[in-house]
Design a protein. Sequence first.
Length: 577
Amino acid sequence: MQRALIIGWDGATFDLIRPWVEQGKLPAIGKLMKSGTHGLLRSTMPYWTFPAWTSFMTGTNPGKHGIFDFTQRRPGKYELEFVNGGQRRAPTFWKILSQANRQVISVSVPCTFPPERVNGVMISGFDAPGIGGRAAHANAASMYPSSLKEELDEAVGGHPLGGYMAIELKKGHPQRVVDLVVQTIERKAATVKHLMANKPWDCCMILFGESDGAGHQFWKYCDPNSPLYTEQPSGLRDSILEVYQALDRQLAEIVELAPPDTTVLLMSDHGFGGVSDSVLYPNCWLREQGLLRFHGRTAHWKSRVLDSVKLRAVAMLPLRLKRALIRYGRKGLGNLESQVRYGMIDWKGTEAYFEENPYYPMLWVNLRGRQPGGIVEPGRHYEEVRDRLIDELESWRHPESGEPIVTKAYRREEVYSGPCVENAPDVIPDWALHEGYSYAFKLSSKSPDLAWIERVDPKRSENIQYFMNKSGTHRPDGIFVAHGSPILEDHVVQGARITDVAPTLLHLLGVPIPEHMDGRVLGEIFADGGAGSGPVKKAAIETSLEPDCDDADTNGAYTAEEEQVIAERLQSLGYID
Ligand SMILES: [Zn+2]
């Protein structure tokens, strides 16, 4: 019987990998590409880690699985809450394989907290709260079965959730950051090596988030063409390469441990590229279109002060964290984050607003009955506002170059399908690049004179701070590499999408593919007569929307303190500001 080993490199891109492979710097992936099939893997919209990996594990679009971002709107409020795997509304392939009596191992895949009761083991990804402060190890609640915690403590000294690169960078220890990242890669790999050797498995997966973190943090040190490029601190010029090389070494070692009947899939959830020194303040632009109104100066000021309090609140000392929590009535950072993002918007004069996250702002209509201060009537009025938004977005131009700022704007039902579409933002912009680099996004409360665009000086201290973990960002195309006896050698696959991986994997393992999956079997990657090349089997399966974790009472809901830990981790990665 076929087995599958899946290795995820979060945010890995062929733009970096290809030249390094050609220079012989990444021998393991180079070998898999040459003697297997590879190609671009199109991510979800937005091309962000949680929706993308969830589409990977369910074979469905976000309209079916319900995960659109790291945060989601609290029903009936303008507040945000953090998202984790507990909110997923479609079954994962681990569950489907388990029901088909296949044994699975899953390690560190984002958006898998709380862990599922699978036929095998599951260790959650970085949405798990973890223990041990900055070192952040996965705790027993992040593992299924929970007894795995003790076993891993003994065998490999515990399983790391990921380091806090930003903290060491701020302290001015750049090489130490790279060393920490490399160590984390080695320690995560130690976990999967232990599990591969000691547990039976048909499908084993390990995800490394370090390629993504390195891209966010180190791009400006490695790309001399970047408008944010800096030679200081020295010693980081090859930092992203060093991280990829550590991943490549572990790839070789992990593949080596797999039995010969194993098909290896190496993939990422999206690509990566550089960030521009052109900053957009999206809600300031909406204001100029007459679609949004701000309160007076006081609210502007209040929103700024809250932001600085929040930064201090996540600045790592437990005592400070607790004080901040008490001060904000134990509502946690989700609420604080919403105050910072929305505190200065005057809802009575606002028809639409951007959810101003620092990576991929999307648009909400301020709808009566859905938003507490909604002024747009459902039905015709709602459609008129969306039509107008799309027109305005698509004619939005850079003031100097005249180039589009948004390539195209979509109504949510044009991008998503399924029962969760109504949880999606109303309009999804496809943000254009500026001179080959992604726009940076800042909160409108920080805009000088409420201007919607600003070219910033990356050498100024507040910008050094801002771009610390945001000099690189996501691109829509990730990587896909497949290697094994059923897979074509030296072949390039075109048009693969992240939702195609789950059905392809089930097909490879001889398990019927649920009809609700949106992806297709990548039949063209299989060699004739290979084990995976038989007819595609489809099945109607029960799509359970019930929580499926050990702790069904809370279904992974975070406590206030856990919410702080998650906030700190997301902030370290640049996902909240
Ligand atoms: Zn990612």
